[in-house]
Design a protein. Structure first.
Lengths: 116, 114
């Protein structure tokens, strides 16, 4: 089945630095990728939708200048957390969708970001 | 706007007992519905999905779900729970639109007693 690889699985960074998280679809082309944020014992909150070759669409309340999303190819989307602060510490998960809704969504294994 | 409600935040069942996790959705047209399972610190695994057709959907790991339009529900069931089923379960909905945004419920934590 479809596989999405997300790296790194865990990262610790200093406050004020930037962190890049990669999301790759390994055996299919993902026209659309989604980025979620999950707080402990809570649900997934959609941050943004990215379509290959176009700008990402951010959900209300998500700072687009802090969470930079790039979807340069049909197999790779990246999320860069810029000037990270402790409140950005969270679990970030990406999801990729194939051509149609009925193809379903495949999720990466997530990235635990800790900002110290 | 689309929304999903999982009324039960936490459920505890004994191993071998049956299980039902509730999910109610809000969407004007026929929704696309999903159930996912998440183990601690992991991503999400698809258990089953409903798009159309037979309203009783079979999934992996012995799970099934039934779409009931009249009740706006898509409850997940399993006849006999195993200790390895302990995890977080999420119901999700997406409208049949081009945005394709998957909206998640709050999640239900399943604890299995030996």
């Amino acid at each position: 089945g479809a596989v999405v690889s997300q790296h790194p699985s865990r990262v610790i960074c200093k406050s004020g630095t930037s962190v890049k998280i990669e999301c790759r679809s390994l055996d299919f082309q993902a026209t659309t990728m989604f980025w979620y944020r999950q707080f402990p014992k809570q649900s997934l909150m959609l941050m943004a939708t990215s379509n290959e070759g176009s700008k990402a669409t951010y959900e209300q309340g998500v700072e687009k200048d802090k969470f930079l999303i790039n979807h340069a190819s049909l197999t790779l989307s990246t999320l860069t957390v810029t000037s990270a602060h402790p409140e950005d510490s969270s679990f970030y998960i990406c999801s990729a969708r194939e051509w149609t809704l009925q193809d379903g969504y495949t999720f990466g294994s997530g990235t635990r970001l800790t900002v110290v | 706007a689309q929304s999903v409600t999982q009324p039960d935040i936490h459920i505890t069942v004994s191993e071998g007992a049956s299980l039902e996790l509730r999910c109610n959705y809000s969407y004007g047209a026929t929704p696309y519905l999903f159930w996912y399972v998440q183990s601690p610190g992991q991503g999400l695994q698809l258990l089953l999905k409903y798009f159309s057709g037979d309203t009783l959907v079979q999934g992996i790991k012995g799970f099934e779900a039934e779409f009931k339009r009249s009740q706006s529900s898509f409850n997940l069931r399993k006849p006999s729970v195993h200790w390895s089923d302990a995890a977080e379960y999420f119901c999700a909905v997406v409208g049949s639109s081009n945005t394709g945004k998957l909206i998640f419920g709050q999640g239900t934590t399943l604890q299995v007693k030996p």
